[in-house]
Write a protein that binds this ligand. Structure first.
Ligand SMILES: *Cc1c(COP(=O)(O)O)cnc(C)c1O
Length: 222
């Protein structure tokens, strides 16, 4: 059996420079994160507010925590307090709630807008057209508590590589459309978060600048 450190090394060795690895530690204990930390990993992804808060309190302060799960508006406060990037802004209501909380806390929250391109019906997020409409509405100019760093998305959960590639292409293309139309002069709009354990190499080849890899590094979540 390989170790967490060995699997981390493998993932890092396959990522081009400039692609950030978020090690998705959700449902794994703090000891597993400490092992990855000892191997040099600093960015970790969590999907539940309570778990994020507990782990952040127990682990070193220089970890950057990424929130990647569906976020309910009543859990915004603890997540804004701890997360360095929230990947999963999937509605205007949540966007406004994060903005309000960040301003209340005297902060600016870095966020990604979540796209829904996969075929599954239960996935959260904006369609590319909804996202363009939202940004075109000018809403971001009012929301001084958030800084939009880019987009996040997931490919369909299928074996068909062409389907997965088409989904990643759609996410990257939505990013480019937004970049050219609304963020051309904003160098902080720079992030395409896509790719998980089974599909991250394909995501990287199609433009991902950030990948979210969990089970490959930490094992099954049981
Ligand atoms: C759990 C999760 C991941 C990691 O998935 P793995 O298949 O374990 O690599 C990535 N992104 C999101 C949004 C997740 O919820």
């Amino acid at each position: 059996m390989s170790t967490i450190a060995e699997r981390l090394d493998h993932v890092r060795a396959t990522l081009p420079e400039g692609v950030t690895l978020v090690a998705v530690s959700k449902f794994h204990p703090a000891e597993a994160i400490a092992e990855a930390y000892a191997a040099g990993q600093r960015c970790f992804g969590e999907s539940r507010a309570a778990e994020l808060t507990a782990k952040a309190a127990a682990l070193p302060a220089d970890i950057c925590w990424h929130f990647i799960g569906h976020l309910q508006t009543n859990k915004v406060r603890p997540v804004v307090a701890v997360a360095s990037l929230i990947h999963s802004i999937d509605s205007e209501r949540l966007l406004r709630a994060v903005d309000t909380e960040a301003r209340r806390a005297g902060r600016r929250a870095d966020i990604l807008l979540q796209l829904h391109v996969a075929r599954e019906e239960t996935k959260f997020g904006f369609t590319p057209a909804e996202l363009t409409g939202l940004v075109a509405s000018g809403i971001l100019e009012e929301l001084t508590g958030v800084r939009v760093r880019g987009v996040m998305g997931m490919a369909s959960n299928v074996d068909d590589e062409e389907r997965i590639a088409a989904d990643f292409t759609e996410i990257a293309s939505a990013f480019r459309t937004l970049k050219e139309s609304y963020f051309a002069s904003d160098s902080t709009f720079d992030t395409i978060s896509m790719g998980m354990s089974h599909d991250y190499p394909l995501a990287v080849s199609l433009g991902a600048t950030m990948v979210r890899v969990g089970s490959y590094i930490f094992g099954d979540r049981g």
